[in-house]
Design a binder for this molecule. Structure first.
Ligand SMILES: [Zn+2]
Length: 260
């Protein structure tokens, strides 16, 4: 593998800002086939990708990998972190999400069940992507890939839970006619046990969320990615692509300013 830069997005809500980023990358020849050193990945399969990013990528003929949470496809189930914010409010909910990410998976699941059960609010609904939308994107060059079945934190799962997550998501994608051999760790949480299960299920590439540029000679099951979002201003976007941002990030983190 060459010195590849892989960008990792989540929701893409600001179409104009995303367009400016893509146009910058095109001007910079980052997608030049003979010099392919950059590609775009998007985690979680939020429908905003289909509505805001896909038309732009299609127009400029830029490939991307979309990592989907298979249990949510064709449903109105919300992302579990959105649910926590819905029940607790934006600010308190956001703090809670970070706390819950450090819990054993079983505890996280029963906490969510409890939240839904004891609230007087109606169940939160969210229109997720459909098979037809996934197929349409695949036909236009978007690779539909695996981001687990229910998006637990893999370092908080038992072996049995990991096996189920990988088995269910792989089977789901196969049944829909996709090739499920590319995977992104939910929240980027790497787990050595998961890695051996991924291999067992034929996964050939797995992506982290570590804000690093690949130096070449990578283990294909631990590919680094640079974290960006649709509203990252261009000056910062350039800094991230240059690799400087990931070098200064540990320092800012050490200063305790950037916990996220
Ligand atoms: Zn994710």
């Amino acid at each position: 593998m060459k010195k590849t830069k892989v960008l990792a997005y989540h929701k893409i809500l600001n179409r104009h800002s995303f367009l400016r980023q893509i146009q910058y990358l095109i001007r910079n020849n980052d997608f030049d086939c003979s010099n392919q050193n950059l590609f775009i990945t998007v985690d979680d399969g939020d429908p905003s990708f289909y509505h805001n990013a896909f038309p732009i990528l299609k127009k400029y003929n830029i490939p991307a990998i979309l990592f989907v949470i298979t249990d949510l496809i064709n449903t109105q189930k919300p992302f579990w972190w959105d649910e926590i914010e819905y029940y607790l409010g934006k600010e308190e909910g956001n703090k809670k999400v970070w706390e819950v990410k450090g819990w054993e998976n079983r505890k996280r699941e029963s906490y969510l069940k409890n939240l839904r059960g004891k609230s007087s609010k109606p169940i939160l609904k969210y229109e997720q992507l459909t098979t037809a939308q996934l197929k349409e994107m695949q036909n236009a060059g978007i690779i539909i890939a695996n981001h687990s079945h229910t998006h637990p934190m893999f370092d908080q799962c038992t072996c049995e839970e990991l096996e189920n997550e990988i088995k269910n998501s792989t089977n789901f994608l196969k049944e829909l006619g996709f090739t499920p051999d590319i995977f992104a760790y939910p929240n980027g949480n790497y787990s050595p046990v998961a890695e051996s299960i991924l291999q067992k299920y034929g996964i050939k590439q797995a992506y982290l969320f570590d804000h690093k540029i690949n130096k070449g000679e990578e283990n294909p099951l631990r590919i680094s990615r640079l974290v960006v979002n649709d509203t990252t201003p261009l000056w910062k976007f350039k800094l991230i692509l240059s690799g400087w941002h990931s070098r200064i990030l540990p320092i800012t983190k050490a200063l305790g300013k950037l916990r996220k």
